[in-house]
Design a binder for this molecule. Sequence first.
Ligand code: SF4
Length: 349
Amino acid sequence: METIKKDNSGTLSLPENLEKLLTDCTLCPRNCHVNRMAGQIGYCLQTGTLRAARAALHYWEEPCISGTAGSGAVFFGGCSMRCVFCQNHDIAAGEAGREISVERLKEIFLELQEKGANNINLVTPTHFVPLIVPALRAAKREGLRIPIVYNTSSYEKVSTLQLLDGLVDIYLPDLKYESAALSGLLSNAPDYFETAAAAIAEMVRQVGEPVFAAPDGTQLFAPQMNDACEEADEDTEFLMKKGVIVRHLALPGQEADSKRVLSYLLKTYGERIYISLMNQYTPIPSVLEKTLPKLTQSACLTGLQRRLTEDEYEALIDFAIENGIENGFIQDQETAQESFIPAFDGEGI
Ligand code: SF4
């Protein structure tokens, strides 16, 4: 285990082994081999300095993550995935956000805990893992006690995730596509499915089966949690303390691929994970105007210009039920609104 040092000014400095990861960056499957410490940028559009666009209480995650107090979400700048329909385009394109030090990130974690956050929610953190690790370690030494959530596209290397072993309590990964053609077209990542599948296996290995806390502090595993939810009134709060929730954002017109994703997760993990089936896809004209014309096969993507229909979503829910889903979250139709995309205005940074 590496040590974290403070220089003469008291600033946290990066351990040498973590700094090395940024000087010839192969942190994610893009393998850019750029020297981010020297200011170069790769596919994620970020140098070796942390950039974040918002750190605030966030109420729109799954209920066991947000609770009523909110999740302490830190939105990082840049992204190694950069999907053409990105819902957080301003930050993914590196256009929003402000540079911060590792020391400041540690303070942000502690401030969010002070504000009553149920957890620290690291949103799109992959390309900053070597900088997040020392900030988390320092914050934990200074009293950070709430669970750490790692919220990712899953386009991750297992070796990068292993840097987080023992630091992250809850993984919140996407499984976006099964089809290589679709992931190639929409995310420039034809190797997405096998990469994400290996990443999710590592996440489950690290944190194990889901554990929740009832309002009286009782620990509940998944079957007890599902029974307790059925019996409790709807205001009773059960917060996740450990585990994996895999998200799948259903895309308009892509029902067959969504079914392949659900089948894979149900057959591979059964009740060892939760699945969050999301209907909140929101076409953002300013984003699609830039990206869709560049796609030669755009005829098959006309669905991206509309929202998911109720029938499309119901068909996926029915499919999940027919295939034995026990641990799952679904969304109300009203959640497909642009208002769920927060303002990336530097709040809390
Ligand atoms: S983290 Fe960024 S620079 Fe490093 S390999 Fe991935 S996309 Fe490239």
